[in-house]
Design a protein around this ligand. Structure first.
Ligand SMILES: O=C(O)CCC(=O)C(=O)O
Length: 346
């Protein structure tokens, strides 16, 4: 009954939407309530609200609905992150990024690299129209497209990957940054290979993410990343509530050229992350970022995202076969079910 009423109201707002973006904010509010009741959501009005008003509405709404009931507290179990690394939380908050060199051991780096080569995935359709082949293995000697995405459903069956998503250090960093219990969102792993020009589809143009109200990403370099092998680039402070000027937001949810970005943020201020395999970048990708195109060699990245809630983009849920479930993840699922709403065990 309540749900039907909200659906009616939502439909009404949708027809009013033709009048322009100002309706995006009330629609967003309605959608958040609807998400609480029915679980349904989309990120269209989240994007429009951001384009019009910047980040403040999402920050406030995220604080309002971020789950605080059972925050992650595990301080005892072992971590994939090396013991002696420290996280510069102030830098992360102020600039939107922090780099942690040698965050994981070379043993884990080798395991992730090997995993990427034996797990099927797909060649993404590229700007020039190449692709899309799926269910194939990456051929490092003869790559066919600029980007190869390893299948994340398949990756999640792996015990090491499961250890990453319930890792106490990673979850604590996410919780600290988000200010509420972290919600596991997704994993991704992809190769970038040599190309003559940057590719929009491969995320090699500047862009901002806008799938959720608030989130934090962890990028792990699985290969050594030099200035030539496609380092990740971030525009410091562009993640802030008023970080992205309207001049850039008015282009829509679009990929931006270096020249367009340089008009608001001089290239000398951009942070380019070179680093050896095992480095971790923690980043608020509401800020502008991209992967530089690879001039020589290749680059493998493993990524995790945690958010304040699953409101927003409707992602495909994950399922893990019970025989593949690690002890670590099983106990985290039992202790912190709210951290892993998108995972079911089959
Ligand atoms: O490859 C990178 O460094 C950036 C990737 C990215 O931003 C994306 O996949 O959306």
């Amino acid at each position: 009954m309540v749900s039907r009423l909200f659906n009616k109201l939502h439909k009404l707002m949708l027809s009013l939407k033709k009048l322009g973006y100002p309706f995006a904010l009330p629609l967003l509010l309605l959608e958040i309530v609807r998400h609480k009741i029915t679980g349904r959501s989309s990120n269209a009005n989240l994007i429009k609200t951001f384009l019009l008003y910047g980040g403040l509405p999402a920050t406030l709404l995220s604080r309002l609905i971020g789950g605080r009931s059972k925050s992650f507290k595990d301080m005892t179990s072992s971590s994939v992150i090396r013991d002696n690394v420290s996280i510069n939380k102030k830098e992360l908050r102020r600039l939107g990024h922090t780099l942690v060199p040698e965050a994981i051991s070379q043993k884990l780096v080798s395991e992730l690299l090997e995993l990427s080569l034996r797990t099927p995935g797909e060649n993404r359709i590229m700007d020039s129209g190449h692709g899309q082949e799926s269910e194939i293995l990456f051929n490092r000697l003869k790559p066919k497209t600029v980007r190869f995405d390893v299948d994340s459903q398949k990756l999640l069956q792996n015990n090491l990957v499961q250890e990453f998503i319930c890792d106490p250090t990673i979850l604590s960093i996410a919780q600290d940054y988000l200010g509420s219990a972290p919600v596991f969102d997704f994993i991704a792993m992809w190769w970038h290979t040599q190309s003559n020009t940057p590719d929009k589809e491969a995320a090699q143009y500047f862009h901002f993410d806008m799938d959720r109200l608030r989130w934090i990403k962890f990028f792990f370099y699985v290969t050594d990343v030099t200035a030539e092998s496609g380092p990740h680039v971030f525009v410091p402070e562009s993640h802030r509530d008023f970080g992205l000027p309207f001049k850039l937001r008015k282009n829509g949810f679009a990929r931006l050229t270096d020249d367009e970005v340089a008009l608001s943020f001089p290239a000398s201020t951009w942070k380019t992350f070179t680093g050896s395999a095992g480095s971790m970048i923690v980043e608020d990708t509401r800020g502008l970022h991209k992967g530089k195109h690879v001039i020589a060699g290749d680059r493998l990245v493993f990524q995790l995202q945690f958010s304040t809630s699953t409101f927003g983009y409707r992602a495909t849920p994950y399922s893990i076969k019970s025989e593949s479930l690690s002890h670590a993840l099983k106990s985290s699922l039992d202790s912190y079910p709210k951290v892993f709403p998108s995972i079911s065990i089959i």
